[in-house]
Write a protein that binds this ligand. Structure first.
Ligand code: T1G
Length: 694
């Protein structure tokens, strides 16, 4: 075995030369790996004892793409296109041996090989669009030549990780290997030589492009069909243009066009924000005072207290992860209703063809209903999801503490209550934690995990790992009112309510935030969630909100009652401005002695977003959030903050903290002390720093 460099080795195994990449954690295509591969292929081509080549990777995965940590730095030779053309122009067949995830530049490298084999558990994909860019090393030119244009459009604009079996069916994989991958790849390479199979250079294959050449409308049809999904993202359109170039231009010119479109995106703010977010999401997994090797509790069974909307949604996550659930309600009627909702949710997904009946049956077979907390005695974790009342929650936790086995985690789904307080109702406060799911709990990816002063490292580490197992993105935060997400959301809500009193139209407030990139504005969102939820919480706290209270007193709870801040025609979810609400607003303004005026879109945006950022600075100061980027992960996965803006903290750095600070001072002069900049914000501005410097 020869070391080409510290990342790549070359070894002749009989008549087949094996080039192996070994650069943990994911064999990313750093400069060293690129140079190593090129050197390894050249060594194999020059090695007279071999007549075929296998490109394989050590560790947990085949090449998972370009090295994202090199983005934004001056490019170093060899470029990936050079490495790939070295492979493709090899005089000996090159076979890529794929395991784990062959992604981005990794799949592009494999597409430069003449053949690809894979183990059944492998996945392949071109997820560059999720980083705000496009496949920049021939992926947009070679993939359509293998799978056809329609599939290439779907794969590249979604960034999906395609399972090997599906990739095999699409012609991307030439053979599935059940046993040892490298041995299987070597045997396949020998077969290629023995059978005199051709050196398949995908760049010279054009037959799969013919159909699209006859039907250029395919691209506009695809744009139209995905307009809503691609709204405001820059990368998908450039992906489509690059694939169009593959159809309309010779390969070499298509490759040039791909590079132009790639560089256009790479230099843009969206790409920078989405690449920032890639690492923010991975940082959020790390809790400074919880070591990586903290022992985990094995969660084999779960209990849910409360089969309402949240309890049912939470249960579905566990069932889909193969974890048996016992769900408890106070009455058989409530239990049957809750389990009925879970069943109908699955049935709806089956009827849309997005879930197989067998899978639904499997999930439902893992669910047990009960009207006795006693049935939770053997559960490894119990999550309480009952209505928000401290006394009732403490009573339930006190009972669970006596019933549940030692070592069982007791979690609460509260979104407002003090979890330290709830923990005092048990003899195991170190096993108490907040697991704050977002509605609909089986859909929303964020899981705000709330540590109390006593929650143990083992419980935190266990719940972070569990979140990944049930398909959630966990972020650990501390206890305070509204934790991180809702605490910031409340600031936006306060200003949205104030703005409509001062003269902004509520549909304009919603439009400005929708155009900013949120899925909907605060008033449409409140109508969707139900205005009565906030009303009950305000009544519990004795807090007034004149317009919100007035519409609730009229029973206008939102979509579920057909009227809320907006009117909804029967069976429609389209919000329509309602003069009745306008009257309520005008009266409330008059009662408050407010002279109404024109309010600009710019003022609306700043007054909705800047208080959130200011509150986030306080949250960081108090140590409720570990790092600014965690707050961004919470807002992107929990509150629909547009990922191409990276999150509120990234956005603040992009706008410039000094600009925000000055605007806060301006609003303070006009509207009062609640606009006082947070000390941390003031300090960063004085030091000329940003949140990313923290
Ligand atoms: N570059 C650098 N570091 C990477 C990386 C990459 N491509 N992928 C992962 N890491 C790091 C990650 O930060 C983490 O580090 C560790 O590896 C484990 O990752 C020309 C330009 C492969 C599915 O978009 O989707 O190719 O936090 O925690 O959950 O066209 O990582 O431990 O220090 O995510 O098992 C295209 C990105 C690049 C794939 C594994 N490729 N990676 O998931 O582990 S653009 C991608 C992933 C490109 C070309 C273009 C996932 C994974 P740390 P992890 P995981």
């Amino acid at each position: 075995m020869t070391a080409i460099n510290e990342f790549v080795t070359y070894e002749a195994k009989g008549t087949v030369g094996v080039v192996t990449v070994n650069s943990p954690p994911v064999n990313a295509l750093s400069q060293g790996v690129r140079a190593g591969i090129k050197g390894g292929i050249e060594a194999a081509v020059a090695d007279g004892s071999v007549n075929a080549i296998v490109l394989a990777c050590a560790g947990r995965t085949f090449i998972a793409g370009a090295d994202i940590t090199e983005f934004g730095k001056p490019p170093k030779e060899p470029g990936l296109n050079v490495v790939i053309s070295t492979i493709e122009s090899s005089s000996k067949p090159v076979v890529a041996a794929i395991h784990g995830t062959a992604l981005g530049g990794g799949l592009e490298t494999a597409l430069g090989c003449h053949y690809r084999v894979a183990v059944p558990s492998a996945k392949v994909g071109l997820p560059e669009v999720k980083l705000g860019i496009l496949p920049g090393a021939g992926g947009t030119q070679r993939l359509p030549r293998v799978v056809g244009v329609q599939k290439a459009l779907e794969f590249i604009t979604s960034g999906v990780h395609v399972p090997a079996k599906q990739a095999f069916a699409a012609g991307l994989i030439d053979e599935m290997i059940d046993g040892d991958l490298t041995e299987g790849a070597i045997a396949f390479a020998k077969k290629v030589v023995e059978e005199g199979r051709p050196l398949v250079k995908i760049s010279e294959q054009n037959d799969k492009l013919a159909e699209a050449r006859k039907n250029p409308a395919i691209f506009d049809e695809f744009r139209k069909a995905n307009a809503r999904k691609f709204r405001r993202f820059e990368a998908p359109e450039n992906c489509i243009k690059a694939i169009e170039a593959a159809v309309n231009l010779p390969f070499a010119d298509g490759l040039k066009r791909e590079r132009e479109l790639f560089m256009e995106l790479m230099s843009g703010e969206q790409a920078k924000a989405q690449q920032y977010f890639f690492f923010a999401e991975r940082q959020a997994n790390k809790i400074p005072d919880v070591p990586k090797d903290t022992p985990l509790i094995d969660i084999k069974t779960a209990g849910i207290v409360g089969a309402g909307t949240m309890g049912g949604g939470i249960a579905m996550n566990f069932l889909q992860a193969g974890i048996p659930v016992t769900i408890v309600e106070t009455s058989q009627e409530a239990l049957d209703k809750g389990i009925g909702v879970i069943k109908s949710n699955y049935a709806a997904t089956v009827s849309k063809g997005r879930l197989k009946q067998e899978a639904m049956d499997k999930y439902m077979s893992l669910l047990t209903g009960s009207t006795s907390l006693e049935d939770l005695k053997d559960a490894d974790i119990v999550i309480e999801a009952i209505f928000e009342n401290m006394d009732v929650k403490k009573e339930v936790f006190g009972k669970l503490d006596k019933i549940c086995k030692q070592g069982a985690i007791l979690a609460t789904n509260t979104s407002t209550l003090d979890i330290d307080e709830i923990g005092t109702a048990t003899s195991r406060p170190d096993y108490v934690i907040g697991l704050h799911f977002f509605s609909p709990a089986n859909v929303m990816r964020l899981l705000e995990e709330v540590r109390t002063k006593k929650t143990s490292a083992t419980v935190m580490a266990t719940c972070m790992a569990l979140a990944k197992k049930i398909g959630k993105v966990p972020v650990m935060v501390g206890v305070c009112e509204g934790f991180v997400g809702n605490r910031m959301l409340a600031k936006r809500g306060e200003q949205a309510s104030q703005l409509i009193l001062e003269g902004a139209k509520l549909e304009d407030v919603d439009r400005v935030l929708y155009d900013f990139g949120f899925p909907m504005g605060p008033f449409a969102m409140s109508d969707l969630a139900g205005n009565d939820v906030g009303w009950r919480i305000r009544q519990g706290k004795g807090v007034k909100s004149p317009v919100a209270d007035a519409i609730c007193e009229l029973g206008r709870f939102g979509q579920k009652t057909g009227d809320g801040y907006y009117h909804y025609e029967k069976g429609s979810r389209t919000p329509q401005p309602d003069p009745i609400v306008e009257e309520i607003i005008v009266k409330a303004a008059r009662d408050a002695g407010i002279n109404r005026r024109q309010v600009s879109d710019e003022e609306i945006l700043k007054r909705c977003v800047y208080p959130m950022i200011n509150e986030a600075a306080k949250i960081l100061e108090e140590g409720i959030a570990t790092r600014a980027s965690d707050i961004d992960v919470i807002w992107v996965y929990g509150y629909g903050w547009p990922i191409y803006r990276g999150g509120p903290m990234r956005y603040a750095d992009h706008i410039g903290l000094e600009n925000i600070y000055n605007d806060l001072l301006k609003f303070k002069a006009e509207h009062g002390d609640e606009w006082t900049p947070a000390p941390l914000l003031e300090r960063l501005v004085k030091e000329g720093k940003s949140f990313k410097d923290l």
